[in-house]
Write a protein that binds this ligand. Structure first.
Ligand code: SF4
Length: 819
């Protein structure tokens, strides 16, 4: 007795292997594969072309556009053609979509559908449902595959009307069986993972263990509600643990070639900005243009230019960029309203320029090269398909059409003879029994996957939660269901409610072994562990503290705890632009160079100073590959004008970036050495001086400066006593580069020379001396608090939190000021 097994395509290979092992007279096929096989055996020739089917949908709208009324307002949107594609597929498979549409829409849909089929037949294309329909006529008239006595449907679930008709006609005079393989008493474990990355790690480790214990690859499977979302995590982890697995196919749009062709058109339409060039050439994302790291850097450091002439003058000296720009430059002229066929010819000529061998050699990376060639062949097919259509299309619409076209074409993964662990969608389970199944991502909202609502018919694939859960857990003898507690953005996940029934089985992660480390969550803001406190004291007394560390403590003790005690490193955000810190460094450099040239001699005039400062600024930015921001240039011109005019009052820069590391701050445990650097010290011929710290941002408030919320000025005044005992300090301040203002304390008797007004911190002789004593006491108190382990979450102001990297740790809410 010969049995024909009809199975989903994901299981065809396994089913054939199993049947051949069992040695039964049996056959296995998919419904589509069987239809194609019958057509071939009846010598019926036809063309299959998914790309042309896609363009035919667009052309049906194009041809009937003038007559559309119901669909007229939406006919120009690419989303409309996507919906039509889905509706045509439903109609092809015999689903009654018309009944869901209002009467006028029904008639127009019918017209579009008929036109679509005319276009397919004009081009000799038979879609998959078209093939099944043709075969249906044959099997109704004659019995095909006479040797088959039983037709067994394995794990196919509910068939669509056309498939059902085909199967019923095929089964006439034979036995028809439906089989849903199910394990009766599977072992089910529910396992919680901290996040998706840890979840994939757990799954991969479990697979690795199974393989090392001798499990056969084909008895193992991995499933996710949406495997595509997990691919970026799976690829590196499975590679590291050497798990050979079968990756799902990818769309032509998602290949480097697909991305680059679309970016070339989008960039050409938008007039080429920095972002489009970055996308075009990003290593690992787009086409391998073979740019050197120095050439990539040139783009990264470039200012935000617009248009190809500007880019040519910025990048055109580099050989790699010359090749890329030569490829891009002729494109603009091609992007005009023109027949689709011409776009097809243009795409073909563009592909000649993007020939993989011109940019990457098979000797360098055979696998990469082979993938490019595969995508190149598929793109060539797309170009040739476009050449069949003569209707005129604008470049923006062509971009949309091409996006749809490339999305509809799936490039299959490499074929390999060795068995590989299958990675499937949970929807695909149910046609095969595995020994072990690892199903991840079982969280509410993802499991079951939500079907997209179709806006023309308001239909949505109904999620059969319990049925899907039953199918998943009966697909293997041992099923491990994983859920990550948070998603990839750190938002909290809820385990899918279906997992609740299995809560008793939840595997509790083993309690972490105790380790003697400071915890993030210190009780009441105080570090009490004597051993840790002793280590902290030793470190402070031995290495001292920098002014910036002390200032961090003053701004928020918990922030200091995170950076100094826990030594948490802040991950720098990768940015192609200069960061605020780099702008600040440049300003410091420029002012230092300016005053290095004028420490002695005649003071420059304001005009000379402004010219020089502008030159120095331009040079400093050019060294970093960009131009100075216009507002900063204006600010520095104004700053240097005020600064030079003030120097005429008698206080002249004498020390620049003066470092110190031996300033003692008294504490209960002994002296703690303070280290730091003073940006500038201005001397007066009377033997007095003022200390400045340049600041490109805002200054702290006056109360923070005087009462210990900010310790920079206090530290400088203390340091100066050790550094310059021969003189006397009569002021210390932040010098604000953007406004020229100074925020600090000044001795009254020198305020006229310094050109400061009373409201800006001028203190009488006694007040000044008292403030200096107060600063010394504040510094000592802060050092004592550190040594006592006092680290409460107490920011000096809500501004402190705005730029703090530890917001996520201390959970202090920010941005609520004013509520
Ligand atoms: S966010 Fe605010 S409270 Fe939290 S550590 Fe940073 S500065 Fe302190």
């Amino acid at each position: 007795m010969t049995v024909l097994h009809l199975v989903p395509s994901a299981y065809l290979r396994q089913t054939r292997r199993r049947l051949s092992r069992e040695g039964q007279p049996a056959m296995a096929a998919t419904i589509n594969g069987l239809a194609a096989q019958i057509l071939r055996s009846h010598l019926i020739s036809y063309t299959e072309n998914r790309l042309l089917e896609e363009v035919a949908v667009w052309q049906s709208v194009q041809d009937l556009r003038e007559g559309l009324q119901f669909f007229a307002p939406i006919a120009e949107f690419s989303g409309f053609t996507q919906e039509l594609r889905w509706l045509f597929s439903c109609l092809d498979y015999g689903e009654d979509i018309y009944a869901r549409m209002p009467q006028p829409g029904r008639e127009e849909l019918e017209g579009l559908y008929n036109r679509y089929h005319e276009i397919l037949s004009e081009n000799g294309v038979l879609s998959v449902p078209g093939q099944i329909k043709r075969v249906l006529d044959i099997v109704r008239q004659e019995q095909v595959l006479p040797e088959v006595q039983v037709i067994r449907l394995v794990g196919l679930g509910e068939l669509r009307p056309l498939e059902n008709q085909f199967v019923q006609a095929l089964a006439r005079g034979r036995r028809l069986e439906e089989v849903q393989p199910r394990v009766q008493d599977p072992v089910v474990e529910v396992i919680k993972a901290p996040d998706p990355a840890a979840e994939v790690e757990l799954i991969a480790e479990a697979l690795r263990r199974d393989l090392e214990q001798g499990a056969s690859v084909e008895t193992l499977a991995v499933a996710f509600p949406n495997p595509g979302q997990y691919l970026p995590l799976i690829i590196p982890v499975f590679e590291r643990l050497k798990i050979s697995w079968q990756a799902p196919g990818t769309t032509l749009r998602n290949t480097p070639l697909g991305k680059v062709v679309l970016t070339l058109i989008a960039g050409g339409l938008a007039g080429w900005d920095k972002r489009s060039l970055e996308l075009l050439t990003a290593p690992g994302w787009g086409f391998p243009f073979g740019l050197s790291s120095e050439e990539h850097r040139m783009l990264r450091l470039a200012p935000p230019l617009k248009g190809l002439p500007a880019w040519r003058s910025w990048l055109g000296q580099a050989a790699g960029w010359q090749r890329v720009l030569a490829l891009i430059e002729p494109l603009r002229a091609e992007l005009t309203d023109r027949p689709l066929a011409e776009y097809g010819f243009w795409l073909e000529s563009l592909l000649e320029e993007l020939d993989p061998e011109g940019w990457v050699s098979p000797q360098d990376n055979l696998e990469h090269w082979a993938e490019l060639v595969k995508a190149w062949d598929a793109m060539q097919g797309a170009a040739q398909t476009l050449q069949c259509f003569q209707w005129v299309i604008g470049p923006a619409k062509f971009l949309k059409l091409l996006e749809g076209l490339l999305t509809s074409f799936v490039i299959r993964p490499r074929r390999v003879f060795a068995e590989r662990v299958q990675v499937l969608s949970t929807d695909q389970l149910g046609a095969h029994i595995y020994d072990r199944l690892y199903a991840g991502g079982i969280v509410e909202g993802q499991f079951p996957p939500q079907g997209r609502a179709h806006w023309l018919t308001r239909m949505r694939a109904e999620a059969q939660r319990d049925e899907l859960y039953a199918r998943v857990v009966s697909s293997a003898h041992h099923v491990c269901l994983y859920y990550p507690e948070v998603d990839r953005e750190g938002k909290l996940n809820l385990p899918a409610t279906v997992l609740g029934v299995k809560k008793d089985n939840e595997k509790k992660p083993a309690a972490p072994a105790p380790i003697h480390q400071p915890s993030l969550f210190i009780q009441g803001g105080t570090l009490n562990d004597p051993e840790l406190l002793a280590k902290l004291r030793e470190k402070v007394l031995k290495k001292g503290l920098s002014v910036s560390q002390l200032n961090t403590y003053a701004s928020c003790p918990f922030r200091f705890f995170c950076s100094y005690v826990l030594e948490l490193e802040v991950l720098e955000e990768e940015s192609l632009e200069l960061g605020a810190g780099e702008h600040g460094t440049i300003v410091h450099e420029v002012l230092r160079t300016f005053w290095e040239r004028h420490l002695t001699g005649t003071l420059p005039t304001v005009e000379e100073s402004q010219i020089l400062i502008e030159e120095l600024l331009a040079e400093a930015y050019l060294e970093r590959g960009c131009q100075p921001p216009a507002d900063l240039t204006r600010a520095l011109r104004s700053f240097i004008r005020q600064d030079v005019q003030r120097a005429e009052g008698g206080f002249r820069p004498a020390h620049l970036e003066r470092e110190f590391d031996n300033v003692a701050v008294s504490s209960k445990a002994g002296s703690v050495l303070l280290k730091g650097r003073i940006d500038r010290i201005d001397w007066h011929p009377d033997g007095v001086y003022v200390l400045y710290d340049y600041k490109t941002g805002r200054a702290p408030t006056r109360s923070a400066l005087l009462d210990g919320g900010d310790l920079q000025i206090a530290s400088y005044l203390l340091a100066a006593q050790t550094l310059l005992p021969e003189g006397r300090s009569v002021g210390a301040a932040y010098y604000l580069v953007r406004s020229g203002a100074r925020a600090g304390v000044f001795h009254e008797s020198y305020s006229p020379h310094l050109k400061v007004q009373r409201r800006t911190g001028v203190l009488a002789e006694e007040e000044f001396a008292e403030q200096q004593d107060k600063f010394a006491q504040i510094l000592s108190d802060k050092v004592n608090s550190i040594l006592e382990g006092s680290f409460p979450v107490e920011p000096a102001s809500s501004d402190t939190c705005s730029f703090c990297p530890f917001q996520g740790i201390c959970r202090k809410e920010v941005g609520t000021r004013g509520f």
